[in-house]
Design a binder for this molecule. Structure first.
Ligand SMILES: Cc1cc2nc3c(=O)[nH]c(=O)nc-3n(C[C@H](O)[C@H](O)[C@H](O)COP(=O)(O)O)c2cc1C
Length: 180
């Protein structure tokens, strides 16, 4: 492994179907600066993602972005955290070897004593398989909408889905994580 932080060009080109499953006690933690550059990650993050600290620190967090993730998920996340609101969501992440792992993610802003956002922190846990099974087809629909009509289209698809299921984004995500 090199000692230089990674750029998007270093992301694996061969995407595989190798899944890594977190154990129940795993907490994957990372912190970023205001632009999403990684400034801290814990051991389990490095172990699962397959990178060293020196590769990850200074890299943009999108280095582990999986191509199956709809863009709207990250838009929702950034819109919330930049307004000092918490984000919860299911994220499929990319490993250095081209494999993937699913996480239930919590992201929040870190404030200084004046209430100014100085960094962001994310903590991730293992999601139940039932949540992943529910979210995969939803993300496929969102990605398909994005391919044809951009993020406006996927936002509409998401809102329709939530309306049809008489739920909100937060409620859906929390219920799925609780195995409902
Ligand atoms: C604290 C924090 C943690 C993040 N964790 C992840 C993550 O685990 N996986 C991911 O794909 N994006 C994560 N992101 C979002 C990325 O910054 C980025 O928005 C996303 O990967 C999409 O990148 P792209 O628009 O350049 O493709 C995180 C952002 C923050 C602020």
């Amino acid at each position: 492994m090199s000692s230089k932080s990674l750029s998007k060009l270093d992301a694996p080109k061969n995407i595989t179907a190798n899944e890594k499953i977190l154990s129940n006690n795993d907490f994957i933690v990372s912190k970023t600066d205001l632009k999403g550059k990684i400034i801290y990650c814990n051991e389990i993050f490095m172990e699962i993602a397959g990178y060293s600290a020196s590769e990850l620190i200074g890299a943009n967090h999108n280095i582990i972005r999986h191509p199956d993730m709809p863009r709207i998920a990250f838009k929702i996340a950034w819109d919330l955290i930049q307004n000092n609101k918490e984000f919860f969501g299911f994220v499929k992440n990319l490993c250095a070897d081209g494999g993937y792992y699913w996480v239930f993610t919590y992201i929040t802003a870190d404030l200084d004593t004046n209430g100014k956002i100085i960094s962001y922190t994310s903590i991730r846990r293992k999601p139940p398989q039932s949540a992943i099974d529910t979210i995969i087809p939803v993300y496929k629909l969102l990605q398909a909408a994005e391919k044809s009509g951009g993020m406006d289209a996927s936002e509409k698809v998401l809102n329709n889905f939530l309306e049809e299921n008489k739920t909100t984004y937060d409620e859906l995500v929390i219920n799925l994580q609780n195995g409902a």
